[in-house]
Design a protein around this ligand. Sequence first.
Ligand SMILES: *Cc1c(COP(=O)(O)O)cnc(C)c1O
Length: 430
Amino acid sequence: MAEKKLSPETLCIKAGWEPKKGEPRQVPIYQSTTFKYETSEQMADLFDLKASGYFYTRLQNPTNDFVAAKIAALEGGTSAMLTSSGQAANLFAVLNLCDAGDHFVSASTIYGGTFNLFAVTLKKMGIECTFVDADAPEEEIAAAFKPNTKLLFGETLTNPAVNVLDIEKFARIAHSHGVPLIVDNTFPTPINCRPFEWGADIVTHATTKYMDGHSSIVGGAIVDSGNFDWDKYADKFPGMTQPDESYHGLAYAQTFGRNAFITKATVTLMRDLGSIQSPTNAYLLNLGLESLHVRMQRHSENAQKMAEYLSGKEEVAWVKYPGLPGDKYHDLALKQFKDGRCSGVLCFGIKGGRGRSIKFMDSLKLINIVTHVADAASCVLHPASHTHRQLTDEQLVAAGVQPDLIRFSVGLENTDDLIADMEQAFAALK
Ligand SMILES: *Cc1c(COP(=O)(O)O)cnc(C)c1O
């Protein structure tokens, strides 16, 4: 609890694992599937959730929990869990509240993988998602809600369109319908934005991106603010408030209070579906978290410089970065993002359309073409032919992806070198 008063920079280093006398400075890796007990009854109490403790790494592992506790402290939440990927984090966040026959509402400008999950795979599982334009007036978004709507979803800074979500507006709409707001905070990370302060209830992450930050490990996290009152809407959320027969009739909200969401996801979804992060990956993730505050600042500064450089190039048709004063989301970014820092991702298009954008990308030497983003090494991607390839033209437009859009993830290199690489690629266009 004392941790909450520390600044984010200090939490990056200190939160989670707190070594005592003679213990290692670094988080120990509990590379073990199972944990030993002295009596059969001790273990039975764990299975009944009467005692807390570890028994099998498919559900929980101490290394993961130390690292999850750091992420919870950074977000200002009550509890968190690590998942094997960002996809698993968003899947579990939805499945924790929605059963077959339920419905939820999501912003349409979201990561392509999440869009597929919501539009195709969850639909096959009987869970229906209505996509809305996040910039639409409140009444229009509210019109998508139905009696069986269980949550509202959005991305705080969208991948790849870098739109900024008005979190307060979304929270107002969700709460006036008695449902929680879940936001994917992957791009800003809690260093640049803390969505709970603007009314979000649950935050998800692809830790694969900036939190790791070194293209090393795929992973995800779910963090609960502990603020949503499940009992107030008990009929809407029977899974949170009614007895669970798979745990002898225990009810999560009553038993676990502000930790109910993460406890339920751990003891039901992790138990039944797996998808936990490996302890060794959690250890590596923690190394990334220790420098997250320094890296986010540099990524943001470098992206700001590159956005300004690209804006001045004659060959560039358009640049999108909320750090640019003329950007549609500039004021919202200044409001919601710490010191107006907009992370390291920007988008631009080359004059002459799709083919010219691809030719430009192919001419880059220092900047890599990879299916990745939010890495120490700068990289570019053409979403229309890569991540968003499965989407129809209509869905592409809804996801904010123009055919000529180049997603540029600005790394930690010296920007003079990045500019020199772009200069030679522009020369190659002639
Ligand atoms: C990458 C990403 C995901 C998916 O994460 P994976 O770890 O690749 O499964 C989800 N949301 C956002 C915003 C992302 O950028």
